[in-house]
Design a protein around this ligand. Sequence first.
Ligand SMILES: Cc1cc2nc3c(=O)[nH]c(=O)nc-3n(C[C@H](O)[C@H](O)[C@H](O)COP(=O)(O)O)c2cc1C
Ligand code: SF4
Length: 409
Amino acid sequence: MPENRVLLKKCEAIDPGDVDSYVKAGGFKALKKARDRMSPVEVIEALKASGLRGRGGAGFPCGAKWELARNSREKEKFLICNADEGEVGAFKDRYVLQNDPFSVIEGMAIAAYAVGAQEAYIYLRAEYHFLLEGLKRAVEQVKAKGLLKSLDIKITEGAGAYVCGEESALMNSIEGRRGEARCRPPYPPTRGLFEKPTIINNVETLINVPHIIAKGPEWYAKLGTEKSKGTKLFSVSGDVRQPGVYEMELGCKLGDLLTLARAENVKLVQVGGASGRIVPHSMLDTRLSFETILGSGAITVFNESRDVIDIVSRTMGFFNKESCGKCTPCREGAEVMVEIFGRLVKGDGVHEDLEILEDLSHVMMDASMCGLGQTAPIPVLDTLKYFRSEYENRIDQSAFLRRLKVISA
Ligand SMILES: Cc1cc2nc3c(=O)[nH]c(=O)nc-3n(C[C@H](O)[C@H](O)[C@H](O)COP(=O)(O)O)c2cc1C
Ligand code: SF4
């Protein structure tokens, strides 16, 4: 399957520093259509009919989320564009923010109109500080054209914590509090930022919106699969000759994407970043969709020269460092996993370690408070499923070397 560039088209066609180039390319027609010819409820109905699901990882239906906030009796409502993009191997939001900031702003303005938000935030990943000035300029230019009406868009920078991409920790961060997850319910559309109804959407989710409004939900719903409509941006990196951002119709085969990125000697692929699924070479026919596997769209390729245990060990080290520490299963579980992987890498592992890893993974997934702890063990379980012999061989070899040491001592 070839690429289908719908969302990325303007990235190549416009000057990101000049709003007029965006207008010339058809920009803001959707916003005008929404405001002049559709009621907020009609906009939400169009979103629901399109089948658009959130692109931040969880795939929640976008229209249904907006409807919850719209129906709230609270007068003050907020909108947040999640531009934290902390997932390992993800860089598609950065590409959009850098090359087509106006599509993000247009999507936000339509969302604000639909849900009735007067104030909006772009929560920008700390490492994307270099995008700040360009984004500010883009917001100012759109405002100067009178296109934002009374909507106020602020840009807040993160402080470098992965967990602050999680929506409740993100709201804490904007409020100036410690960046850790909140207990839910209540969910943001009913009680979010500053206790008010809040819509949080990923950058990519928002840039789908102008297309849906301009071309209609029927056109959009023809793209993709039954439960995964539209196209998806993928950040492809690792052992590939052509890393980059690719746009594919949902339901494409993982192998098609790898062919475009010129991957060779593939051993395994991490689909959805550090917390994503691990797919062995034998499963490259897997289709990428919400029905199967997808996540945030980060695709990291590892070739035959890579060591599975080393990959997972580093991944668990990342989660241990990024755990906010609020709940015990994630805080302590990640620490124990790092300890076990340390043993396995050093050659001190024993077969019982594999059972502990499996048991601990299930406890973390069942009992952790937020998505970080709930998904952190996925790479452990997937590699134990598909690459168990590598773990077992390593343990057997280590035991053999230990015996040799004793004999020769
Ligand atoms: C640990 C963690 C990190 C996350 N990081 C991001 C992120 O960087 N960007 C993002 O859009 N969503 C991220 N999410 C998902 C958000 O919590 C939320 O579901 C998303 O922003 C909703 O937008 P959407 O409905 O448009 O996908 C993260 C979730 C978890 C659990
Ligand atoms: S799961 Fe981890 S990151 Fe999430 S609240 Fe618990 S300790 Fe914090």
